[in-house]
Design a protein around this ligand. Structure first.
Ligand code: SF4
Length: 345
């Protein structure tokens, strides 16, 4: 690692990791010796999110370092750009070494188990690694509009959302910023964060990164946008490998957290997949619901969404230039029933 790059990564780790451990009254050496809460006979409900125990055991710091190691020649997502983001280089997502936040606050527009009574604590990050031509948030995702922020800022936002009564921390478009998110999470843990972490993604995620998030993320909320490589390449900035990577990542998410688990109608953990119905079955909805039923099981929670309208550059593509008809959406729901899915809406 060149000195400047080493300095950047070490600076990020020092700013987040060391401070977090210090505020917990732990050193790196003592963290490994601290013992686990499980060994102390404390139940899962009392423990709270598993990232707390990972912090105490030192495992969260190890994951953080592994994620930062993927940032230098960036391979955080299936694009595998290989750019040195620590040196300010940008890959396809357009995000360099720092990050921007478009907005944050309690959000009531997500699915009911995520919103509960007091809202989902949503943080919208700028830039995106998938870049669909029909993006509804194109100013944020394509143009990168937002305010620059640091790890301490992000940690403060998480804590503010917790203090405002939100049920979870909902990280929207997080894929290109995972090392930053874990560094900020460690700061927030030190100051009392206890909410479930929700990973709200396009589904264009690296299996290696998702494996590193095992135990850190409580609720996964991935899209599964397309089943066909040609469609993915045409409508998502040349990403023909989207279907394969999304399928692998979602299977791993399901392995980690299983079905959506709720208490009093509020999600605590689990997987919920979103699928946007596109006109002319461009999204391959019949194949999607069959895949869910066969690979994950009929009890998987699925939101089949019918609200597509042409946005951004969609008008350049005839098959995306109108909303799906009522008949097309009814057909999508019928396919879900025929596939045997039990928890879709
Ligand atoms: S996160 Fe961005 S820079 Fe890194 S591989 Fe993906 S698109 Fe490229």
């Amino acid at each position: 690692m060149a000195p400047s790059r080493r300095k950047f990564v070490q600076g990020c780790l020092a700013a987040a990791g060391a401070a977090a451990l210090d505020r917990l009254g732990l050193t790196r050496g003592s963290a490994a010796q601290a013992g686990t809460l499980a060994a102390e006979g404390i139940s899962g409900e009392e423990r709270g999110p598993s990232y707390l125990e990972m912090e105490r055991s030192g495992e969260l710091e190890r994951r953080e370092q592994a994620l930062w190691a993927m940032f230098e020649a960036c391979r955080l997502c299936p694009r595998q750009c290989g750019v040195d983001r620590t040196a300010g280089e940008k890959g396809i997502c357009g995000s360099a070494e720092t990050f921007k936040i478009a907005s944050y606050g309690p959000h009531y527009g997500e699915e009911a188990p995520l919103v509960g009574r007091r809202g989902s604590g949503t943080i919208f990050f700028s830039h995106c690694n998938l870049l669909c031509v029909f993006c509804q948030n194109w100013e944020i995702n394509h143009l990168g509009e937002g305010m620059r922020a640091g790890h301490a800022d992000l940690a403060r936002m998480m804590l503010e959302l917790q203090n405002r009564g939100c049920h979870n921390i909902n990280l929207v478009t997080p894929t290109h910023l995972v090392p930053h998110l874990v560094s900020a999470l460690r700061l927030a843990i030190a100051d009392g964060l206890r909410l479930p972490m929700l990973y709200n993604t396009s589904g264009y995620d690296s299996l290696e990164v998702i494996r590193l998030l095992d135990g850190i993320i409580d609720i996964y909320l991935p899209d599964f946008k397309y089943q066909d490589a040609t469609v993915a390449a045409r409508f998502s900035q040349g990403a023909p490998n989207y279907p394969g990577h999304a399928a692998a990542a979602i299977k791993e998410m399901h392995r980690q957290v299983g079905e959506l688990r709720q208490i009093d109608g509020v999600a605590q953990s689990g997987l919920l997949i979103r699928h946007l119905v596109l006109p002319e079955n461009v999204a391959g909805t019949d194949g999607f619901v069959r895949w869910v039923a066969s690979e994950l099981g009929p009890d998987t929670h699925v939101n089949i969404m019918g609200q597509y309208t042409p946005q951004y550059q969609a008008h350049k593509h005839p098959s995306l230039s109108r909303p799906p008809t009522r008949e097309e959406f009814a057909q999508a729901m019928q396919w879900a029933r025929e596939a045997g899915l039990r928890h879709f809406h």
